[in-house]
Ligand binder design. Structure first.
Ligand code: SAM
Length: 281
């Protein structure tokens, strides 16, 4: 994603209405949160990338976890600051501007957090990124190197990534005679419209490609499918009033989504990687 002093970050203009759309991702987020607690047992400090308005950051804070919540959009971060200011555990959250495509050194980044009045992290126990923020990253290997430096020994890097092959999306657009849209995820680095006149370059790695690009810094621990039966957020309106259908889809999702090949045929996948031991270089 390109940002410059004269051109505000593309997600800025989505910040005001971002939380209005959250109900559309409610069921998918519920599936994601079903898996997260398994990896949060010993987590005291968490780094979130592409945090948006902080819907997950606040949930981590509610569990007593200190969160450095980062995003490249200043407006998303101001929304998060407002929400954290009204929340009893909001003090656990330190919002920070961080563009995953223009990273400082991890040492500089952590030194800055430590020297701020609210920060006390030495290294992070977990890095988390949700709902495809990481699909905007062109060089995953470089990001993985940064995260290796930022994490404690055995720390987890948990990413929720837009999958390459989403059968529901393919079927929906083919039925509407939109083959280009149906197969859009098979072209990497293509500008995708955000619907606000802005566009961002997006990559769609498969789970295997994702973990390969994080080598040698991380090894894969687990992969869970998210959105095998549950539709992508932009199609949620189609099942909004149909509660029995929603429950049936959710039941099927719970049974099947984490089994291969469902993990490579879903809207999103949650991938858990663990910091590889040894020296980086
Ligand atoms: C779809 S939203 C997801 C927000 C949040 N993770 C959630 O689950 O609600 C994508 C977020 O990624 C952020 N983002 C996009 N590209 C980024 C980059 N290169 N570095 C940091 N954040 C980025 C956007 O500003 C936006 O807040």
């Amino acid at each position: 994603m390109k940002t410059s002093a004269t051109h505000p970050p593309p997600f800025d203009s989505l910040a005001d209405s971002f939380d209005d759309e959250l109900p559309d991702s409610r069921l998918l987020r519920k599936r994601i949160w079903h898996h997260l607690p398994d990896y949060l047992n010993n987590c005291r400090h968490l780094l979130e990338l592409g945090c948006g308005t902080g819907v997950d950051a606040l949930q981590f804070a509610e569990r007593g976890i200190k969160v450095t919540a980062t995003d490249s959009s200043p407006k998303m971060l101001s929304k998060l600051r407002e929400k954290a200011g009204r929340h009893p555990q909001g003090v656990y959250i330190t919002p920070r501007l961080l563009d995953m495509n223009h990273l400082p050194s991890a040492r500089d980044f952590i030194a800055e957090i430590e020297s701020s009045p609210e920060g006390s992290a030495l290294r992070y126990d977990v890095v988390f990124t949700n709902f495809g923020a990481i699909n905007c990253v062109g060089d995953l290997n470089k990001l993985a190197g940064f995260l290796w430096d930022a994490l404690n020994e055995n720390g987890y890097f948990i990413a929720v990534v837009m999958n390459r092959c989403c059968p529901i999306e393919i079927a929906y657009h083919l039925l509407r005679l939109q083959p280009k849209k149906a197969f859009r995820r098979f072209t990497d680095g293509r500008p995708v419209s955000l619907g606000n006149g802005e566009s961002v370059e997006v990559w769609y790695p498969t789970p295997r490609a994702f973990s390969r690009q994080c080598t040698p810094y991380f090894t894969r621990v687990a992969t869970y499918g998210v959105g095998v039966f549950l539709p992508p957020p932009y199609l949620t309106g189609k099942i909004e009033q149909k509660e029995r259908l929603q429950s049936a889809l959710f039941r099927h999702e719970s049974r099947i989504a984490d089994l291969y090949p469902a993990t490579v045929m879903s809207d999103l996948y949650l991938i858990v990687l663990q910091k590889a031991s040894g020296k980086k270089d």
